[in-house]
Design a protein. Structure first.
Length: 576
């Protein structure tokens, strides 16, 4: 075992988070900027009361001081609105989104003032990360008018425009939880929410808002439309809070109620110091058990998006045999698996079947792990990457053809190609599908460097489509050298960045591309070795290893018990 040196991951996105700290999410789906704050959150930075407009200020001074006024702490737009004309004051919608910036240019102009934002990014009204703003669109325009002899802003963007460090200080990334189309497993959606007393309210309002329109077929919600919060969700006291919903909704059947409660429990378990809550609809408790009306945040474990309920241990090949690898033992898998004939393999989540890629990379055969049935050929190709299983028992295989990547999805005895924007036709080095079956992530090589891309999986009538493509990691103007990819949580991946011939960095990234370390203090790992592969799982309590070119294993992430498997193992992998 080698020790790795933890390095703090200073992500530009974290800085962007400072912007979102100025807002919270309202019931209608927008980002609410509170104009009155009754208490100061100790996590939200030092108190700051900006200066209101001063007599005789020039148009550029008005704009500069208006931007400064949006950094009020506790969060408030009351001073910022004093820089606007009455018409603009009524029309301005700071809850429409958040624009963050690393640096601010000097305002220039007369009645029209322009300000250039350096390193600008956008968060939408629902707290979802949108990404970088093109440099051509990073200049913000303000129209000014004279009011009683003083300059005031008459037209401006509908957004909060705040420095990166504000977003980092005041917002944190958490997940809203919806369900897959079958209602079998939860699907997490990263959003930025304010730290402190507004966190629970913001998360609840996100659930009430429902999934994004562009994700039809990817996920669904069992929270009926038309519900609203009766009162704000109080901060937890002795681990408890109340969520009071109202709305004109007919009675919920027990099955729907259970799934609704699971969405709330999984979403609210992220709130610090919250262990139980009471959920009511029009005064009637939901999810009540024989022990009372309170709901534990641990409710809904069978719907865990990490799907940990199957086989927990890793698998590998030793002396031509398939073996199960735990912290205490290496156990041969019963039956003749002919594992020496595999170039790579993947065990399904229930450890019932294994998909093996032939040594020449031209076919994938599926073999039952317990039984004597003959292998079933699923996919034939030219250069097949390691297969992937999801919870819907779909086997995903990527073929690296001379014309670029071709993605196959096989279920039962049917295998079909799926066109994945950003992946199909590209030179792909690594290919992942989330255990919940909702996300595809791939490492793509190009002449200008490597990048990590993502797409969502929509399911309808037995058909699969890839929608909503996005970029998880790319550095325009910088030649990234990336070597491996693996899940660490249902919404975070580990990526290996090559720094030198014998120096690698394992970095944790959010699938939304925000570059944020989303939960807790997570460090990157610097490994003094040539890393070629990662072994990890979205069940973060299990260890993750970086595999060097010579087979040496380095522990790179663990939030539970850590161990290093013995020598002599090949193809080490977790189920999925």
């Amino acid at each position: 075992m080698t020790r790795t040196l933890p390095l703090l991951l200073v992500a530009p996105v974290l800085l962007l988070l400072g912007v979102a700290g100025c807002t919270s999410l309202p019931e209608d789906g927008g980002v609410e900027v509170r104009t009155e704050v009754t208490h100061s959150d100790p996590e939200a930075g030092f108190p700051y009361e900006p200066r209101p407009p001063q007599p005789g200020e020039s148009p550029t001074e008005i704009v500069r001081h208006f931007l400064d006024a949006m950094t009020a702490s506790p969060i408030s737009t009351s001073v910022a609105r004093q820089f606007l004309t009455p018409r603009a004051r009524d029309a301005w919608q700071p809850d429409a989104g958040i624009i963050t910036y690393a640096d601010l240019g000097t305002p220039v102009g007369g009645t029209q003032v322009s300000v250039n934002l350096v390193g600008a990014h956008r968060v939408d009204a629902g707290g979802r990360w949108v990404g970088a703003i093109d440099e051509a669109d990073s200049t913000i325009e303000f129209e000014l008018a004279s009011e009683d002899g003083e300059w005031r802003i008459d037209e401006l963007p509908d957004a909060m425009i705040v420095p990166d460090n504000w977003f980092a200080d005041r917002y944190v990334q958490m997940n809203l939880h919806f369900f897959d189309p079958t209602g079998r497993v939860l699907v997490p959606e990263p959003v930025f929410v304010p730290r402190g007393g507004q966190t629970a309210t913001t998360l609840v309002r996100g659930l009430l808002r429902g999934p994004s329109r562009g994700l039809a077929g990817v996920e669904q919600s069992f929270v009926p439309p038309g519900l609203s919060l009766d009162v704000l969700v109080p901060e937890p006291v002795d681990g408890f809070t109340e969520v009071a919903l109202t709305g004109d909704v007919a009675g919920l059947d027990p099955a729907t109620s259970e799934l609704l409660v699971a969405q709330f429990a999984w979403t609210l378990r992220q709130v610090p110091n919250l262990t139980r809550f009471r959920l009511s609809l029009n005064g009637t408790p939901l999810g009540a058990s024989g022990e009372g009306a309170d709901v534990a945040v641990t409710r809904g474990e069978p719907y865990d998006p990490a799907v940990p309920g199957g086989w927990p241990d890793a698998f590998a090949v030793r002396d031509g045999e398939l073996v199960s690898v735990s912290a205490t033992d290496v156990t041969p898998v019963e039956g003749d698996r002919s594992a020496e004939a595999w170039r790579s393999f993947a065990v399904d989540l229930s450890a019932d079947r294994v998909a093996g890629v032939s040594q020449d990379g031209r076919r994938v055969d599926v073999v039952p792990l317990n039984g004597s049935l003959a292998p079933e050929r699923m996919v034939q190709g030219s250069d097949l990457l390691k297969p992937v299983w999801d919870q819907a028992e779909t086997l995903w295989v990527l073929d690296r053809t001379s014309a670029g990547a071709v993605v196959w999805a096989a279920r039962g005895r049917q295998a079909r190609t799926v066109r994945v924007p950003g992946v199909t036709g590209e030179q792909v080095e690594e290919f992942l599908v989330s255990r919940d079956g909702s996300r595809i992530v791939a490492l793509v090589s190009g002449r200008r460097g490597d990048r990590v891309v993502s797409a969502r999986v929509a399911r309808s009538g037995g058909r699969l489509r890839a929608v909503a493509p996005s970029v998880v990691w790319d550095e325009p103007g910088e030649r990234l050298r990336l070597r491996a990819l693996a899940w660490r949580t249902p919404t975070d991946v580990l990526v290996v960045r090559k720094l030198g011939a014998q120096l690698s960095q394992v970095i944790r990234r959010s699938v939304d591309g925000s570059e944020a370390v989303t939960r807790g203090d997570v460090s990157t790992e610097l490994v003094r070795d040539r890393i070629t592969r990662l072994v990890s799982t979205p069940v973060s309590s299990q260890p993750a290893w970086a595999v060097a070119a010579d087979g040496t294993l380095h522990v790179v992430a663990t939030e539970g018990d850590s161990f290093v498997p013995p020598d002599g193992l090949a193809g080490l992998t977790y189920p999925g």
